[in-house]
Design a protein around this ligand. Sequence first.
Ligand code: 0X9
Ligand code: ZN
Length: 699
Amino acid sequence: MAGALLVAALGAGQLSAPGTSAAGPVGEVFRPQLVTVATPTAADKQRLTRLGLDLTEHAGHDYVEVVLHTPLDLARLAAAGFDHDVRIPDLIARSLEVAAANERYAARVARSPLPSGRVGYRTLADYESDMAELAERHRRIVRTFTLPRPSLDGRAIHAVEIGRGVRRGLTGQPTFVLLGVHHAREWPSGELAMEFAIDLADNYGRDPRITRLLRRARVVVVPVVNVDGFHLSRTDGEFLDLRALNDYDPLDGSLSVLATVGQAYKRKNCRIVDGQDTSDGSCVLTLNSNGGFGSGVDLNRNYGGFWGGPGAAGPTPDAGEVGAGILDPTYRGAAPFSEPETQNVRDLIASRQVTMMISNHTFSNLILRPNGVNPATLGPDGKPVGDAPDESALKRLGAKMAAQNGYANIHGWQLYDTTGTTEDWSYNATGGFGYTFEIGANEFHPPFPEVVDEYLGAGEHAGKGNREAYLIALEHAVDTAYSGVISGRAPRGATLRLTKSFETPTWAGSFADGVDTAIEPRGRFSWVVNPSTRPVVQPRSYTELATEPYDTRTTEGAVAGPGEHTDHEVVLDEAVDVWRIDLDWPTPDDLDLTVFRKEGDELVEVGSSGNAPGEKESVEVPSAAAGRYVVRVTNYASLSPSYTLTESLFRARTHTTAGHRESYTFTCEVEGRVLQRERVFIDRGERLRLDLAPCRRRA
Ligand code: 0X9
Ligand code: ZN
């Protein structure tokens, strides 16, 4: 009780109920806030990513939403000349609001339509008991296991595995891995993962589709990867109801419901000093701003794939970068896989044939696919990184899932570059498809009913939602059009193993990496496997833009009245690799430019440019198809009577790198002795029969 009063006393100057003024008895106190930062050009966006601020995935072609944790963050933004609008002025007050809404919902609704029926966010203890209870209730198809490394604060990290015969070893099934809560504050990302596990287990033997899938695949769900961070965020995001203490309050009934300050908006893990595991329980004592920010490694920059590249802060800032080492929101850690949480996920994915992986995050309603950087970005070998070799299949599957949850199916780099994310590694090192889901429209942990809607779908997606997207992901996991199948007849008691050692390239070098997967079939087997050649060593294509246009034309136009626009109809006789339209005018004020493709009577936007007053506008349309277009000049606020449009046509050249093929080492072991060893090359969609007679003979 003394503790609670202390919090109340400390909180007095820092907290207020939603809607009250920010100024308290100790003066103006900065509240963590969510703001929309204007980034009219791609260069602005790049500049913004180098300020060391806490960027969300809520971004468009001309804005990025950013969490400002401290006055310093605000000052940095202003000093760099960025304009912003405040979207959520006080995230702590918003936490209170959300908590109150959640309380009302839980009081009103006894059981939600979620598989668990839950009406509020789980705590870490709830996840633990729900996983254990699920395994208890469905012993034949569910088990839990502990990932190899405990967290820095000394917690065990648990996974739940679902599938027929789950208490026996694998006999050839592929695995679908579903992950939640890499980022502490992103609570729905764990909720949806856990609900899917419950859904599958409860519907095995009832729903024919789920039954069939669980006979062919294993599903491994790690609802909370970052257990330490989540625990802090979740408990600090809870609020203390101090009204019961009012009888004892010297200020006479002034106590109310207070959110705890602290780590509700924590993002990263509990690393305090690189290379050192500080004593258990010390994370809560780390220096954090109001709202919970500060030290830690960004787990979604700590994976090995392209580790250390753009969009991930290093220990010291690069030129032109405002970084704060371990305090930077995207601090990548001391080395690839330096953190126990990412090591756990690596070991999980490297020890099975994981043909599909989804890592859940919040927010912005997106399905993101690898790679995390713009294909034109020059990679460690000095050549553009290019698209993933499976780009068209990744995009197609993304679209199929997006049709269920209504999210945008895009590349992460279309928002901004990142490196060292989960699928940057998992896809490039294993060939298994991998995606990031950014769940929810508006905030990191919204009122709970939104979690229900995200899972089951709402509005035009009612009855679909992420539940259906995950089922499609699971169907992909067993789809042998994308994986190889190795079959044969194994001797009794044999362990079959596929291993591969390789170097995973980072941005600055590489590190020793590999996969080691085993099955224990009984007799005839058919093993669904990822291709033996990693995507990262396959030939890759990239385009190079000519420096000079091969054709240009200019058009003069008259500026329309304020708020009005002038349209120019343009016909492209043939496809253009890159079509650039520049807009220039004499006065230092504001005209905007939008380009549409005409589809019948419809205008479909293909590019736009709305720079700050005084800056000229430019739109680039890549791979512009032949056809009819409309170039629209809008008078946003201009006194100029006229303008000039300049169109430039550029050719792009496609290059393809050499690449090489890789093989697995296949072994047949009995009682720990290797009785047969083969090199196995296998590609997507390929079937391979192995003759294991030698192994059977020697067994
Ligand atoms: O930054 C991240 O790790 C993810 N977004 S979040 O807001 N949940 O933190 C997105 C990673 C991939 N995104 C991009 N390449 N932009
Ligand atoms: Zn995240």
